[in-house]
Design a binder for this molecule. Structure first.
Ligand code: XMP
Length: 513
């Protein structure tokens, strides 16, 4: 079993960030609900516990509190923000509403240079605060180890029990030395080694998959996106020909997408790949449909139909593999104001019907997205797949506005290929969330050579985002925009105008439909 740190989640929007920071230290971390029984935690044998922040006040009636027996486990505990107040509640300190909210940057001054949490840090460094409540009396046997301009108790320690409390957030980027603080906790204080790497995870996952699947057969819907691709490569490493990947060409794919999947998985990895050419069927079902929601529903339903028929042809399989990631399985804490809870429900749309009687194999369910990418590289997948930008399930179906036709799909595909090529050439493609072409459903007048044209408009969209929930439009350099417009209009037959979308989300969405 991996050495691990348990994070008890009190509803902070940064809980997952804490988990990722720990894993960046090559230590495995697990997020559990704040009220997980101490006995259950003890069974997992963690090397340390972190109490996350949270939006509540510890002194209110409904405040989320942990099982107090966690303080009898004899392992180090780090409380962050609300987590400090939990110490106060259980170990004899006092928390009160602060005179003013401490929000934003502050300067941390270390009072005790021997404090193991701050090993290697300068006497002063920047930290980031976000709290309204304040510790006003230290819990029993705790001492102050650092202060900020607004807080005499910015960091506290119970040396003997290895309990630490931080009023500020070490996990966010605005605390530039925060990574070192977390590394000091997990390595120096909890004594964890650096055992969590994707190289070692491959062996562990291969063993687990083999143990779960035995000699049975597994089916996986391969979309060519990062998650299903990495899941396919991992499963293939574990069970070889017991895996069949089904790739559905819905006719709404980008340029060369189907070819790349066939090259990489069919020819290079020699995965058993069942290629379903269903473009004509999708287009037939979408004929005359202009409403975005109806388009999405038809695409979703048709996919299930095609996939179900394909699984029957693939022969008898007991398991269905899915590229579910850790953020989808963390049980979010239903505390009002916790945006993490909303993010989850948004992304859980779609999926296959429950009537498909498979058992699930989810070999990525303990990984974050950045770990999935590293795993992909470890398994030998090309950068083109591992670092590709997100692409919506309905594909170009929601990027050709209004009714879909073969010619409009061709125009969008060709324009999109130019956007991808130029974004890669400029070095921006892998730095931003998404960049793509959208075909507007109306034509306008132009002049090319001596001739009047009456053709379509392509909108270029480029956005920066952390999770797709909010996004900023990217200020692409003028010369890149000019090159995009010139190439798209010159090279894509049927386009005579190019515009750039400068809408952020909100109020816009990233996709246009
Ligand atoms: P919106 O348009 O809602 O998009 O701002 C947010 C992010 O989600 C992607 N997206 C989808 N992904 N199936 C998906 O797998 C979908 O139906 C879908 N719709 C939007 C979009 O590309 C963006 O990254």
């Amino acid at each position: 079993m991996n050495e691990q740190i348990i994070i008890l989640d009190f509803g902070s929007q940064y809980t997952q960030v804490i988990a990722r920071r720990i894993r960046e230290c090559n230590v495995y971390s697990t997020i559990l609900r704040f009220d997980t029984p101490a006995a259950e935690i003890a069974r997992m044998n963690p090397k340390g516990i972190i109490l996350s922040g949270g939006p509540n006040s510890v002194y209110t009636k409904d405040a989320p509190l942990p099982d107090k027996a966690i303080f009898k486990l004899g392992i180090p505990v780090l409380g962050i923000c609300y987590g400090v107040q939990v110490f106060a509640q259980f170990l004899g300190g006092k928390v009160e509403k602060g005179q003013k909210r401490e929000y934003g940057k502050g300067t941390l001054t270390i009072a005790d240079k021997a404090c193991a949490l701050f090993k290697g840090l300068p006497e002063q460094s920047q930290v980031w605060n976000s709290h309204g409540d304040k510790l006003t009396r230290l819990p029993k046997d705790f001492v102050v180890v650092a202060t900020t301009e607004n807080s005499d108790y910015a960091a506290i320690e119970h040396t003997q029990r290895k309990y630490f409390g931080l009023q500020f957030h070490p996990e966010v980027v605005h605390t530039p030395r925060g990574k070192e603080i977390i590394a000091n906790f997990v390595h120096g204080i909890c004594g964890c080694g650096k055992n969590w790497t994707m190289r070692s995870y491959v062996d562990q996952a291969v063993e687990e998959i083999r143990a779960q699947v035995g000699k049975e057969r597994v089916i996986l819907g391969l979309s060519g996106g990062v998650d299903s691709s990495v899941a396919a490569a991992l499963l293939h490493r574990a069970i070889g020909d017991q895996l069949t990947c089904i790739f559905v060409n819905n006719g709404l794919l980008r340029a060369r997408e189907a070819e790349v999947v066939q090259e990489v998985f069919g020819r290079h990895f020699k995965v058993k790949l069942q290629y379903e050419q269903a473009s004509a069927l999708f287009l037939r079902k979408l004929k005359g449909v202009t409403d975005p929601e109806r388009k999405r529903k038809i695409i979703g339903r048709t996919f299930i139909e095609v996939f179900q028929a394909a699984t029957k042809r693939a022969g008898k399989a007991k398991f269905l593999a899915q590229g579910t990631l850790y953020p989808d399985v963390i049980e979010s804490v239903p505390i009002a104001g916790n945006p993490a809870a909303m993010i989850k429900s948004h992304h859980n749309v779609g999926g296959l019907p429950k009537s498909m009687k498979f058992k699930l194999v989810e070999p990525l369910r303990c990984l974050f997205k950045d770990e999935v990418r590293l795993l992909g590289l470890e398994l030998g997948l090309p950068k083109e797949i591992v670092y590709r930008q997100p692409f919506p399930g309905p594909g170009l179906g929601v990027r050709v506005l209004g009714e879909l036709t073969t010619d409009k799909l061709r125009i969008t595909r060709e324009a999109d290929a130019i956007v991808v090529e130029e974004m890669k050439a400029s070095g921006l493609y892998y730095k931003i969330w998404q960049s793509f072409a959208v075909l507007l459903p109306c034509r306008s007048v132009g002049v090319m050579g001596d001739e009047r044209t009456y053709d379509f408009t392509i909108a270029v969209r480029a956005v920066e985002s952390q999770d797709g929930m909010t996004a900023d439009w990217v200020k692409l350099p003028y010369d890149l925009l000019e090159k995009l417009a010139t190439r798209i209009i010159n090279e894509v037959k049927g386009v005579n105008r190019c515009v750039f979308d400068i809408t952020s989300k909100p109020p816009g969405t990233i996709e246009w439909e």
